[in-house]
Design a binder for this molecule. Structure first.
Ligand SMILES: Cc1cc2nc3c(=O)[nH]c(=O)nc-3n(C[C@H](O)[C@H](O)[C@H](O)COP(=O)(O)OP(=O)(O)OC[C@H]3O[C@@H](n4cnc5c(N)ncnc54)[C@H](O)[C@@H]3O)c2cc1C
Length: 373
């Protein structure tokens, strides 16, 4: 393996018996005019974060534009609004949080507007305009200019696999390295790979996906460490669980969205229910929306999305476990979840969704609904 010292430029070769590739992901940075202007920031590394803080410390203007509305863009919008900035989010997607179905993304959209954030969806940035001092002054789209003293980019990442590609290692359709269950690169006895540079098996759809999350990278590290050290361990795959927030709004998802289920050739029903975080009569109960997808005929749980306030986000873990266990929505209805008024209604919102999904699946199969009190 050849390496170059980035300070001195000196190159050296190192031989290996076993190689681990953990090159992570590269933030997408489109080649648009003004992208390198002062005041334009990505937030991939700690250095990026410090550079943004330095810009905020020396900038007197108070207008921030965030480009992209995935979880990083949404969290950056929160960070800027909490610092007292006027925040505009420009987003190519129909709604923020493309990891949700658009009807659930719409709830996030409304909540962000409620926080005073200006949301511009369905809009592509065409360039960044700079002032005489070379600093960014506006974000341009096809029909408008959004004044900006600082711009934060959150437009996604791609697997960093330039090195792997050059070495001829196998890459998947999403550009990530392909490994077997032991995280060994397919077809290579002594090379392992993990983290944001690999594709993972989606246990619900059976397809490979690229999901850049620390929760997977950490597990990959443990599996690879065990195998490289002569032990034996495997990574089973993922169900696609993710949780994030914007101010007090919690956003969570696991499993398949409608478009993922279509892509996988699955037929399904969806239900969406409104419930509350605590018993309705208990102080500070807050509304929560749960959307659930279940496979036609089998009733297998396919996915859950949750948007709500305190206590909404981590509820998705119930569904993550049910997905991993391959449960049907009907089986979920009898899960013995904890209940007391400060924590949930008698029927947890996830179970309410499972009941409604069960009724719908049974109706489409021409079977009566089970009797449930
Ligand atoms: C702002 C932000 C917030 C996040 N929040 C969450 C969260 O809440 N939950 C969650 O699960 N995940 C989160 N993540 C994602 C998480 O940080 C990543 O999934 C995780 O860090 C990936 O680990 P990794 O080891 O694969 O890659 P990285 O941590 O990116 O490490 C890759 C390393 O490889 C080095 N490298 C790359 N190419 C080469 C090369 N050719 N030669 C030598 N070195 C190279 C890089 O310099 C880097 O040090 C967040 C990410 C960001 C940016």
């Amino acid at each position: 393996m050849r390496a170059r010292d980035l300070d001195s430029g000196a190159e050296s070769w190192t031989s290996y018996d076993k190689l681990v590739i953990a090159t992570g992901a590269r933030p997408i940075r489109p080649e648009l005019p003004g992208m390198d202007a002062d005041g334009v920031h990505g937030v991939q590394t700690l250095e990026d974060g410090q550079a943004l803080l330095d810009t905020l410390a020396r900038t007197t203007g108070r207008r921030a534009v965030v480009v992209g509305a995935g979880y990083i863009g949404v969290e950056m919008a929160e960070a800027m609004i909490k610092r007292g900035y006027e925040v505009t989010v420009v987003n190519r997607g129909r709604e923020p949080m493309a990891t949700l179905d658009p009807d659930m993304g719409r709830l996030v959209h409304r909540a962000m507007e409620g926080l005073g954030i200006t949301m511009v969806n369905d809009t592509e940035v065409t360039g960044l305009l700079t002032g005489d001092d070379g600093g960014v002054r506006a974000v341009a789209t096809a029909d408008a200019e959004y004044p900006a003293d600082v711009v934060v980019l959150g437009i996604g990442v791609r697997p960093e696999t330039g090195l792997a590609r050059a070495a001829g290692l196998p890459l998947g359709e999403h550009g990530g390295l392909l490994t077997d269950r032991s995280m060994r690169v397919r077809g290579y006895e002594n090379i392992w790979a993990g983290g944001d540079c690999v594709e993972v098996l989606d246990l619900v759809s059976g397809q490979e996906r690229h999901i850049a999350l620390g929760t997977h990278a950490n597990k990959h590290g443990q599996i690879i460490g065990a195998n490289v050290g002569g032990d034996y361990a495997t990574f089973p795959g993922v169900v696609g669980t993710a949780v994030s927030k914007v101010c007090d709004l919690e956003i969570a998802r696991t499993g398949l969205r409608e478009k993922d289920a279509h892509r996988a050739g699955l037929r399904f029903e969806t239900v969406t229910i409104e419930s509350t975080s605590r018993a309705g009569y208990y102080p500070n109960a807050s509304p929560m929306t749960v959307k659930m997808l279940a496979e036609l005929r089998t009733g297998r749980l396919l996915g859950v999305q949750i948007v709500g306030r305190e206590g909404a986000g981590k509820r998705v873990d119930i569904a993550a476990v049910a997905l991993t266990a391959g449960m049907t929505v009907e089986q979920m209805t009898m899960l013995d979840l904890g209940y007391a008024p400060p924590f949930s209604p008698t029927w947890d919102p996830v179970l309410v969704a499972a009941r409604k999904a069960t009724t719908k699946i049974r109706a489409t199969a021409g079977r009566p609904s089970p009797r449930m009190s």
